[in-house]
Design a protein around this ligand. Structure first.
Ligand SMILES: O=C(O)c1ccccc1NCC(=O)[C@H](O)[C@H](O)COP(=O)(O)O
Length: 241
């Protein structure tokens, strides 16, 4: 059975690595240099980095130069997220050498553009499905953007390669992942799913890993690593066992 991929997260706000609660602006706890955080995860054995420009997601500016510096310093695969909504931001994101980008708001607000870039870039494009209940949220998770399953069906029909699924109610809370949501999304699509939000323990990671046969490919881990609930080395060992 393929092992669960782990993607330690570095979310950047105003030049700092931060964690948010429920993805809400203003709930930041700062953890210092994004480059140092990313290098720490790389040294610990990560194969992927999940790198988010929160300012670009919220529309409060961007950290484009810093994000490019961090992505460029990595020897591992990078998934870039946050505020990628048009040709210019997509071009800048892909120019960092990242392995793939996550589109969120654009999938809700400019579906024709998303269909076009999926056709052009294939599996370099993932779509982030950020939900409260089964309602999608865009613009840094601040605005409703339609029904999860209708949007998923549309994106599937357009050939979207992969989904990053976040239960906003769990994100940054250390309350455990929403396994029901992950199972339901896996049942609705044949495409791989990356789980995001709420991981608090090695048991949570083992529970997500048990969904690999159903279609879960990876798990993003943020707060738990910064809060030192476990080390990345322990997490990697837990999901490869
Ligand atoms: O990814 C985004 O575009 C984004 C936009 C607005 C708010 C938050 C956003 N991402 C947050 C993350 O990807 C978290 O790093 C991830 O869900 C980890 O969550 P947790 O393990 O619960 O800290």
């Amino acid at each position: 059975m393929p092992k669960l991929e782990l993607l330690p997260a570095v979310d950047v706000r105003d030049g700092q690595a931060v964690r948010l609660v429920h993805g809400e602006s203003g709930t930041e706890t700062s953890y210092g240099s994004p480059l140092e955080a990313a290098l720490t995860w790389q040294r610990a054995g990560a194969e992927w980095l999940h790198l988010v420009d929160l300012d670009a997601a919220f529309g409060t500016g961007d950290n484009r130069a810093l994000i490019a510096e961090v992505a460029g310093a990595m020897d591992i695969k990078v998934e870039l997220s946050g505020g990628i909504r048009d040709d210019a931001s997509l071009e800048a994101a892909l120019a960092t050498g990242c392995r793939r980008v996550n589109l969120g708001t654009a999938a809700l607000e400019t579906p024709e553009w998303v269909a076009k870039v999926i056709a052009e870039h294939g599996d370099k494009i993932a779509v982030g499905l950020d939900v409260r209940g089964t309602t999608l949220r865009g613009r840094g998770w601040t605005r409703d953007g339609g029904d999860l399953y209708e949007t998923l069906a549309r994106l599937d029909s357009e050939g979207c390669a992969r989904y990053v699924v976040t239960d906003i109610a769990k994100d940054g809370t250390l309350q455990g992942p929403n396994l029901e949501l992950l199972k339901n999304v896996c049942a609705a699509t044949d495409k791989p799913v990356v789980a995001s939000g709420g991981v608090s323990s090695l048991d949570d990671l083992r529970a997500i890993a048990s969904l690999v046969p159903e279609g879960v490919e990876g798990a993003i881990v943020g707060k738990a690593l910064y809060a030192k609930a476990f080390t990345l080395e322990e997490a990697l060992a837990a999901v490869s066992a």
